[in-house]
Design a protein around this ligand. Structure first.
Ligand SMILES: *[C@@H]1O[C@H](CO)[C@@H](O)[C@H](O)[C@H]1NC(C)=O
Ligand SMILES: *[C@@H]1O[C@H](CO)[C@@H](O)[C@H](O)[C@H]1NC(C)=O
Ligand SMILES: *[C@@H]1O[C@H](CO)[C@@H](O)[C@H](O)[C@H]1NC(C)=O
Ligand SMILES: *[C@@H]1O[C@H](CO)[C@@H](O)[C@H](O)[C@H]1NC(C)=O
Ligand SMILES: *[C@@H]1O[C@H](CO)[C@@H](O)[C@H](O)[C@H]1NC(C)=O
Length: 406
C-alpha cells in the first residue's frame, strides 16, 4: 500500500499529468527530462507507444530476443537509445530507421547472432555513437556486423565500441566505410595481429584502443598499418608481449616512432627475466638478438662463400690448363692407345702360339699374321694372301671389349 502510494506520488511529481497516462506498461516516463525507462521488467519486446516527446529510451535487463522492423515507430525526438543486457539475438532490417535523429545507440551486453545487412541503416546517417561492447555472439555475428557497417550508411559515426567480444581477427577493411570515426575501441578481445588493411579508410581516427588483447608482438606490416593512422592516440598496454628477438621491430618502433602510444603500459609478459619490463628502450642484447649472437653466424657464412669461390677458381684453372694442353693431351691419348694395342696384340700372339699346336713350327716372321687368322679358321697354306683382312679383325676384337685390357 505504502509503496504504491509513494509510486503514485513520485509519478505525479515526475511526469506532467497529462502525459503520464501515455506511459507504456512496465516503464517509467519522465516528461521533464524526456526519458523513458523500462528496467528489468522481463519485457519480451520493445514497449510500443513510446511518448512522442521522448529523447532518451532506456530499456535494459529484459528478455527481448529480437529488434523487429516495427519495434520503433516514428519518434523524431529520440536521440539516445540504450538497449543493453536484453539478451537480444537478432536485429532485423531497418530496425531503427524511423528514428531519424538517433545519435547514440547502446546495444552492449547482448548476444547478437543475426544482424541484418541493413539493420543499422537510418536515413540521413544521424548515428554518432554505437556501443557493441560484449554483444557479438560468435564469428558469424562479426561478419554480419561487417556487412551492416558497410551497408548501414554510417558516414557520421564518431565512436564505435567493440570491446569484450572475443574477437580473434578483424576482416580486412572492416572499418573502411566509417570515414568520420574518431574513436575505435577494440579492447578486451583476443586479437593477435594487425594486418595491412585492417584499419584502412580511418582517416580521422583520434583514438584506437587495443589494450587487453592477445598481442605478443607487432610485425613490420602491422607497425606500418599503425603508422598510417597518423596522429592517432594508440593504446597498446596490457598485452602479453613476449620479449624475445621477435619484438625487435616493435621495440625499434616504440623507440623511434612519433605515434602517441601508452608506452608506460607496454610491458613484457615473458620471459621470466623480463616480466613487467617496459618494452621501449630494451636493448637488442636484452631480447636475445644482439650483434654478438649474429657475428659468428655471419663469419661462418662468409667462410663458406669464400671456400666455394676458391674451389670454383681452382676448377677453372684446371680446365684452362687442360685446354691449353689439348694437343699434348691428344698426342698422349693416341700414344696410350697405341701402346695398349701393342700390348694387346703381343698378348694375342703369345696366346695363340701357346694354344695352337699347328703353329709350333711356323717361322717367327709369319707368326703374327697367321696367328690372327687362326682365331676363326684353320690356317691356310699360303698365309700371306689374307694379311689385310687379318688386321681389321684385330681392331674389331679390341673395340668389342674396351677397358678390359688396359
Ligand atoms: C518532439 O518535440 C517537439 C518539441 O518538444 C514537439 O513539438 C513534437 O511534437 C515532438 N514530436 C513528437 C512526434 O511528439
Ligand atoms: C559501452 O558499454 C559498456 C557496457 O555497458 C560500457 O562499459 C562502456 O563504457 C560503453 N562504451 C562507451 C564508449 O561508452
Ligand atoms: C554462430 O551462431 C549461430 C546461431 O547459433 C550459428 O547459426 C552459427 O553457425 C554460429 N557460427 C559459428 C561460426 O559458430
Ligand atoms: C572482458 O570481456 C569479457 C567478456 O568478453 C567480460 O566478461 C569481462 O568482464 C571484460 N573485462 C574487462 C576488464 O572489461
Ligand atoms: C631502443 O633504444 C635504446 C636506447 O634508448 C637502445 O639501447 C636500444 O638498442 C633500442 N632498441 C632497439 C631494438 O632498437
Amino acid at each position: 500500500m505504502c509503496v504504491l502510494a509513494v509510486r503514485v506520488f513520485l509519478g505525479i511529481l515526475l511526469c506532467s499529468p497529462y502525459r503520464c497516462l501515455d506511459c507504456p506498461f512496465g516503464c517509467e516516463c519522465f516528461a521533464v527530462t524526456r526519458i523513458i525507462k523500462c528496467v528489468s521488467k522481463d519485457l519480451h519486446a520493445v514497449p510500443p507507444s513510446i511518448p512522442g516527446y521522448t529523447r532518451t529510451v532506456i530499456v535494459t535487463g529484459n528478455s527481448i530476443h529480437q529488434i523487429a522492423p516495427d519495434s520503433f515507430t516514428e519518434l523524431e525526438n529520440v536521440t539516445n537509445i540504450i538497449l543493453s543486457n536484453n539478451r537480444i539475438t537478432e536485429m532485423a532490417s531497418h530496425s531503427f530507421s524511423a528514428l531519424i535523429n538517433l545519435r547514440f545507440l547502446d546495444l552492449s551486453g547482448n548476444q547478437l547472432a543475426l544482424i541484418h545487412p541493413e539493420a543499422l541503416s537510418i536515413p540521413g546517417s544521424p548515428l554518432q555513437e554505437l556501443n557493441l561492447s560484449c554483444s557479438l555472439y560468435n564469428f558469424t555475428a562479426l561478419t554480419d556486423l561487417t556487412t551492416a557497417l558497410r551497408w548501414g550508411g554510417l558516414g557520421g559515426l564518431l565512436r564505435l565500441d567493440l570491446s569484450g567480444n572475443h574477437l580473434a581477427l578483424l576482416p580486412p577493411g572492416m572499418f573502411a566505410h566509417l570515414p568520420s570515426l574518431q574513436q575505435l575501441l577494440l579492447t578486451n578481445n583476443s586479437l593477435v595481429a594487425v594486418y595491412s588493411g585492417t584499419f584502412s579508410g580511418l582517416n580521422r581516427l583520434e583514438m584506437l584502443g587495443l589494450t587487453h588483447n592477445a598481442f605478443r608482438t607487432f610485425r613490420a606490416d602491422a607497425l606500418q598499418e599503425l603508422d598510417r593512422l597518423g596522429n592517432t592516440r594508440i593504446l597498446l598496454g596490457n598485452n602479453p608481449y613476449t620479449c624475445s628477438c621477435e619484438v625487435r621491430a616493435f621495440v625499434t618502433w616504440l623507440n623511434e616512432s612519433r605515434a602517441q602510444v601508452d608506452v608506460d603500459a607496454v610491458r613484457c609478459a615473458s620471459p621470466k627475466l623480463l616480466i613487467n619490463a617496459q618494452l621501449r628502450g630494451l636493448g637488442t642484447r636484452a631480447i636475445g638478438c644482439d650483434a654478438a649472437a649474429e657475428v659468428p653466424d655471419l663469419g661462418l657464412q662468409t667462410s663458406y662463400v669464400f671456400l666455394g669461390l676458391v674451389l670454383g677458381f681452382v676448377g677453372m684453372v684446371f680446365l684452362f690448363v687442360l685446354y691449353l694442353n689439348r694437343k699434348g693431351m691428344k698426342k698422349w691419348i693416341i700414344e696410350m692407345r697405341d701402346a695398349c694395342r701393342d700390348v694387346l696384340e703381343g698378348y694375342h700372339y703369345r696366346y695363340e702360339i701357346d694354344s695352337d699346336p699347328r703353329l709350333g713350327h711356323i717361322s717367327a716372321g709369319n707368326a703374327r699374321a697367321q696367328g690372327q687368322m687362326g682365331l676363326t679358321r684353320p690356317l691356310p697354306k699360303d698365309a700371306r694372301g689374307v694379311q689385310v683382312p687379318a688386321d681389321t679383325q684385330v681392331k674389331q676384337l679390341t673395340a668389342s671389349s674396351p677397358g678390359n685390357l688396359c
